[in-house]
Design a protein around this ligand. Sequence first.
Ligand code: IPE
Ligand code: IPE
Ligand code: MG
Length: 254
Amino acid sequence: MHDLTPEDLERLPRHVAIIMDGNGRWARSRGKPRLFGHRNGVENVKAIVDKTFEIGIPYITLYAFSTENQNRPGEEKSGLMRLLEEFLKRELKNMMGDGVRLRAIGDLNGLPEFARNAVTDTIEKTKGNEKWNLTLALNYGSRQEILQAVQSYARKANGSGEDLNWETFSSYLQTKDLPDPDLIIRTSGEFRLSNFLLLQAAYAEIFVSPLHWPDFGQDAFIDALKNYTHRERRFGKTGDQLATTSTKSLPGNS
Ligand code: IPE
Ligand code: IPE
Ligand code: MG
């Protein structure tokens, strides 16, 4: 069964982040080029993002291109960038109609100009939308993000680390406008984070699906969410303590 009960709906994550992996293997298993997999992956992005907002989850972040993906063949990279541009241009109207705000994390300067323009243009046009939040991780690497945060903090703080606590530090991260992810899904059966949201994932629940991304459809997504709703997030406390505390008051659930 792929439906969410009223109890499940009460316990949904506020922020889901997805490492969309396996497009290449999906294509190879069909005797097709890798880009065929990426194209089908983009179709699935649409299906999953629509489902996310339809069931009322306000934040979704998608790992679309990592810093390390820059080491892939030029042809695959430019194909991915064209797909990104096409997706953004095609979806703008729906995003405006549905109240979706696009954000990006990662170093956009490392994208080709046409792709960067499509991203910044969509960010600009959707910045007044307040209902739903779609974030794309593009040329993103968590270690690079952390280094950049340290550098800009050091510049601002004039060498003194006196006021540095997590709240201050996290305001220098590229995710400063986003709550921490509650659930991180990775497709294609890989049990690793691959430089994605390393600090923000401190208390995220992790779900790994064996399905390749183009096959991870709405039913598989609902099953992952259902699995999440049955987890006990203890945040360092004991299970007994949780029985007497409302989960709403726990860190990360605000
Ligand atoms: C995920 O699929 C998409 C990107 C990383 C851009 P992959 O391209 O990594 O597919 P596999 O892992 O090689 O199958
Ligand atoms: C992680 O997938 C990056 C994205 C999904 C964009 P990779 O396919 O690049 O990860 P590794 O290399 O298998 O760890
Ligand atoms: Mg991969």
